[in-house]
Design a protein around this ligand. Structure first.
Ligand code: C2E
Ligand code: CA
Ligand code: CA
Ligand code: CA
Length: 278
């Protein structure tokens, strides 16, 4: 038994070292990627019930020359630990605004670009100043920008969130609560957050074709959002059945593989040029 325990311990420390090693390596590799501009933004459209594109989310992509595609969830977590998120986040915002400006100039009617924000960006003292700097550098009007923050991020410091969101409203920038329903928010705070939209997390959408209680959650969240005067976007819609169910609940905006996967900027531009399918 002793031997077995020791072996397990060795396996455990080896795993730990590997993950630590992987983290350290990824940190260095990420710096190289940022320096060499090896990162890309993909875009995934949002659709109305009539098939019109009414917005689109910028999603970070990193294809490492040897390691292949690395999930944004992994490397963003690392960037948050190392502080690299400041540089990374600013680049994302800048690139997304610059791409959006091109689409607006080409009169492609793409709706707003939605950019994901790390709480570490959002809570920085110079966030708003930095944001306005990016808008003026890229020449994008605030009315074409939307920012996504997770429920958990907004709950970290509700007072600061309320203030910053209020300033964004004044600037004409809309905001969305990402991954809504996963954070057990206090309803009282939710009511006080001046956000425009909630994005109903995909775990609830995927539960629609199953028989769990989560389909009921979809229904309740939509009712709650309406009560609070918020718009709802359903994330991660993958099937016709999910879509039909959501349409029945009067959900208005959809995002997911059923409609379109995240794609490079040039492809997204082509999609807009082609217009809605007839
Ligand atoms: P998120 O903000 O919730 O983004 C939606 C994720 O769902 C994306 O994963 C997208 O590719 C995926 N998705 C879209 N439609 C479907 C669908 O129908 N089915 C399924 N199963 N998935 C779908 P992705 O691109 O891997 O991004 C993962 C997470 O990484 C994002 O989750 C976000 O939290 C983070 N992230 C990505 N880009 C950025 C960024 O520029 N900044 C920050 N701070 N976070 C980012
Ligand atoms: Ca998001
Ligand atoms: Ca989400
Ligand atoms: Ca998520």
């Amino acid at each position: 038994a002793k031997q077995k325990g020791r072996n397990q311990f060795r396996a455990f420390t080896r795993e730990l070292n590997e993950s630590l090693y992987r983290r350290l390596m990824l940190r260095n590799e990420l710096q190289t990627a940022m320096d060499q501009r090896d990162l890309q933004l993909y875009y995934q459209p949002f659709f109305t019930q009539t098939g019109q594109v009414c917005g689109y989310e910028a999603l970070l992509r990193w294809e490492h020359p040897e390691l292949g595609w690395i999930s944004p969830q992994d490397f963003i977590a690392i960037a948050e630990q190392t502080g690299q998120i400041a540089e990374l986040g600013r680049w994302v915002l800048w690139q997304a605004c610059s791409d959006a400006r091109q689409l607006v100039d080409a009169r492609l009617m793409p709706g707003r670009v939605s950019v994901n924000l790390s709480p570490l960006q959002f809570y920085r003292g110079d966030f708003l100043l930095d944001l306005m700097g990016v808008l003026s550098e890229t020449g994008l009007q605030a009315r074409w920008l939307d920012l996504e923050l997770t429920e958990g991020a907004l709950m970290r410091d509700t007072q600061a969130s309320i203030e910053t969101l209020g300033r964004l409203v004044e600037l004409g920038i809309t905001t969305a609560i990402d991954d809504f329903g996963t954070g057990f928010s206090c309803l009282d705070y939710l009511q006080r957050l001046p956000v425009t939209r909630i994005k109903l997390d995909k775990v609830f959408i995927h539960a629609i074709d199953g028989h769990s209680g989560n389909a009921v959650v979809c229904k309740s969240v939509l009712a709650l959002a309406r009560e609070l005067g918020l718009r709802v976007l359903a994330e991660g819609v993958e099937t016709q059945a999910q879509y039909d169910y959501l349409v029945n609940l009067d959900c208005e905006v959809f995002q997911g593989f059923y409609f379109a996967r995240p794609m490079p900027f040039s492809m997204f531009r082509e999609l807009l040029l082609a217009g809605p399918e007839k």
